[in-house]
Design a protein around this ligand. Structure first.
Ligand code: ZN
Length: 138
């Protein structure tokens, strides 16, 4: 069995942002040389997400507005912020949007459904944060 590990770094301009990272994951798959296997992609920080959905800008706005309604930013509105942080909302947003995705690798390609793409969801950005890509197979 072969394996390939990569760490992608993102430093978003905005505090909350959604980035299409599909092509970056595909680059790692090409480097791996793996044709049949599994590709794990996970956020390494507890205030950001990796998820699969549609590459449609209106939907991305909908996601950001939805999580803001569920867990609005508030410097003093969360018990977590008693630690001195201000990102209680971002931990909750991350949990809603998910930590990781696993995509099958078939014939050397990510075996997506017709509209599936991989996104990085940032909820406490403007600093360097990492995403792990681990691909295993033959
Ligand atoms: Zn925190």
């Amino acid at each position: 069995m072969k394996s390939h590990t990569a760490y992608l770094t993102f430093n978003t301009a905005e505090r909350c942002e959604i980035i299409n990272i599909t092509s970056k994951v595909e680059e790692e798959l090409a480097k791996s040389g793996i044709k049949e296997g599994l590709c794990l992609v996970n956020a390494m920080h507890i205030t950001s997400s990796v998820f699969i959905n549609d590459n449609e800008p209106g939907l991305h706005s909908d996601f950001l507005e939805w999580v803001e309604k569920l867990a609005p930013y508030s410097a003093d509105g969360y018990k977590h912020n008693l630690t001195g942080e201000d990102n209680g909302d971002a931990h909750l947003k991350r949990t809603i949007m998910g930590r990781e995705v696993v995509v099958a690798v078939t014939g050397g390609e990510l075996d997506f459904g017709p509209w599936e793409r991989i996104f990085y969801g940032e909820f406490d950005g403007q600093r360097a944060k990492r995403v792990l890509v681990k691909i295993i197979g033959e």
